[in-house]
Unconditional design. Sequence first.
Length: 636
Amino acid sequence: MLVFSDLSLRRGAKPLLESASFSIHPGQKVGVTGANGVGKSSLFALIRGELAQDSGNFSKPPGWVLAHVKQETPSSEQTALDYALHGDEEYISLQAQIAQADGAHLGELHARLDAIDGYTAESRAATLLHGLGFKPEDIARPVSSFSGGWRMRLNLAQALMCRSDLLLLDEPTNHLDLDAVIWLQDWLKSYRGTLLLISHDREFLDAICTHIAHIEHGRLTLYTGNYSTFEITRAEKLAQQQAAFEKQKREREHMQKYVDRFRAQATKARQAQSRLKALERMEVISAAHVDSQFHFSFRDPEKLPERLLNMQGVAIGYGDKTIITGVKLQILAGERIGLIGPNGAGKSTLIKFLAAELPAQAGECWQAQDLKIGYFAQHQLEQLNPDQTPLQHIRELDKQAREQDLRNFLGGFGFQGVRVDEAVAPFSGGEKARLALALLIYQRPNLLLLDEPTNHLDLEMRLALSIALQEFVGAMVIVSHDRHMLKTVTDKLLLVDAGKATEFEGDLDDYTIWLQTRFRREEDESRRGEPPCSPNPPAAHTSAGRKDQRRESAEKRKQLQPLKRKVDKLEAEMDKLNQQKHLLEELLGDPELYTEGHKTKLKQILQDKATLDARLETVEMEWMEASEEYDAAMKM
């Protein structure tokens, strides 16, 4: 196992970890979380042997094979398949030896190759590449022909190909789309080694992790359970810490008053001195700092037409190449649409068209006179002026605004103090993304077009963005591999696939099943040497079979609709009750409430909370039972 004993780690003058002691056992899957800059990647560098601890000890079993994702990819003429295969060093070594061996030694080498499942290595590597979004024709292409994002996928495939005992993954989903994220999640769930995972995708962490190692204020705390369990446990711990802090604060104030009042009186001096010593011995409990540094919301659009966009029979593509045809889409005020679909199907192409960055090849598109689009895509980060400060960027949008108002606005996005007046050039990807979002939000759009807005954003910023989007009154179209974001901010899913854009009848869980079925079918076809099924297969029985399958799925969803509505209704009531509970807990956190003059008010609040807790427990039980019933019915 991995053992950390009283370990301290610094980067330059900055302390990252202080006196950390914890152990990670074989087979555990640990999510490493914490704000940007707290030392997560440095911890990985220590485990890889690239960084030494300042004090304490770290050890791992000497025979363990460690795998991680390289940050650089050589521009070689190696094929994608061959590059992935090089993740298994023993397989590559055996192949080289077999090419030169003969006689008895050749037999030994083949036996060893069989023992490590070497005869299926190419098939396994091809499956990894397919899962990560590579098409069958891509695996024979040279590495040098792929873009930067795709080369990072190749590095990930190579790391997964390694028969490792310990796998370190640092933000593996950053360069993946939703389909690849879902595939990788399933692969990691079945991984038998020990996994350490840095990720800002809470759904990903929830599905995979058995433990969470959270770094905060130079301390690392290991929690049992997935990310949602960690959040609950940590919130309870911080609430207890805050209550202890408030109680101790009152005790210290009371003791100090006694000391200040009586230390000069001879008759009371000894007691006062005793209390002073007790006060000095008292370990100071820190206040629980749980507030995020990100606080922002969308200002209401200046104008909000009822109908913003209407498309009829639209075809979209690049030059003579058509990507999507026959698009029929109307966007009304308040609509929240999530675009889903396989990699390369045209989701970003559709977003670009909506943002007027691509012309229509055919069809009609009408837009409201007062339409005001806010478009966010990763390439817009490159359009920030590297020599300008955040304040200068936003000043260009509003020459008349008071400087303090602009500084306050930027502060909600984490740009505070001197950071507001520093040039953008050295900013991290996350800081640039936050600034681009701040500039977009300031312009008060009535239609938001968001293409992977969560890339480079940490969990706190993602949560703040999610809350802001939930309260946004305009319309929104979003592409994201962050399923938590999609689930919390969208009401409708549009499937972009096989040259079409149609409404998806189901939720993201249904889409996951759809993807898994599609992947298995493509794998079977690939093994049989058949070309992938075309969007409109010529065989009539295949088309009819799919129609029957769709009809059965639609009928099943219709039958389960009352149960789904019950689950949703109970979930909404739970949210409402939890909000009320939070308000009562805030009231109970006020020290004034416990003074003599507020006894009646305190009693009433405690009664209200007891009633609320009982109702919440009942609703939670009903929701759990309904959810289990719905899940069981879905699997039938």
